[in-house]
Write a protein that binds this ligand. Sequence first.
Ligand code: SAH
Ligand code: TRP
Length: 332
Amino acid sequence: MASDISSLLTEGRPSASAANRARRAAETAAFAEAVLDGLARRPRSIPSRFLYDAAGSVLFEEITKLKEYYPTRTETKMLETFGAEIAEHVGDTETLVEFGSGSSRKTSLLIDALPSLDTYIPIDVSEDVLMDAAKRLSGKHPGLTVRPLVGDFTRRRTLIGAPRGDKLGFFSGSTIGNLTHKEAKTFLENAARLLGQGSAFLIGVDLKKSLDVLIPAYDDEDGVTAAFSLNLLSRINRELDGDFDTARFAHVALYNADKGRIEIYLKSLADQKVHVLGRRFTFSTGERIHTENSHKYTVAEFQELAHSSGWRPVTAWIDEDDLFSLHLLQLS
Ligand code: SAH
Ligand code: TRP
């Protein structure tokens, strides 16, 4: 099945090896399947990883610089402030494995704090941004071996070619919040197996907070987040022969208090018909496609989730404005 092949982690290399070509073809097939299924289903939904094609990753990088988007600058500052304390716990680790590494900008701070690191394995589904980051980090940290892996981090897998010994996992940007509680538990269980006994996991988790702060972070004044969201429809047009009119859809971000999460939708602004790969889909005004969840946790809630997934919560750091948390978990 196509989605199985797409889950293979191939070592990202600039050359278009047969394995890389096969993975790209499989990823497009998985995208097609997800979109055709997701648009036929009620409620309509498309998995969030498809937001991150090359254009989506560039737009996400713009989100991280917005005044409304507090997570990136807060987590960055926390890594600067608490880097030495983190190192006290995991000081002699040689291998760093990062899930959803994106531009790896924050990772440099962690690498600087951990002088014994010799291998960095960033994993991301967005190949261009991953390869650019790998190149940049190799240049910035001479002596560090960087082994980028392209693929879906929610799949069970083993690390190809990773050195033996204790590892440090890193999952930043509250990307774990983009998984449901059940998915997050499965992810943490898989990560435990992947990293192995004796390993540690540093996870950035966004905290519950006032909606005055939360909503603008996902619906900024300049419309950068809206552009990121709508790029999913443009990607369907580019890759799946779609004819979405992006002017007739709107980005919606709302807080679901029962589920403790931001929910992101694309809402139809008209009664309209859209075609994807020759199939026709009818939208009525106001009808929505769900594209993302961003769960918010109290420290206790996240520690409970980690504990139930086989990890031992060791420390949780919080910034001075109570916006964001950094959790250190261990396997022992
Ligand atoms: N860690 C970075 C990027 C966060 S954005 C930061 O904190 O700024 C989420 C990243 O995870 C993107 O780079 C996206 O391409 C990647 N991603 C999302 N879903 C993924 C999946 N299922 N498998 C692998 N990577 C994924
Ligand atoms: N991990 C990010 C978060 O939940 C992802 C994200 C930020 C996002 N802004 C978004 C996803 C807007 C979809 C739409 O904070």
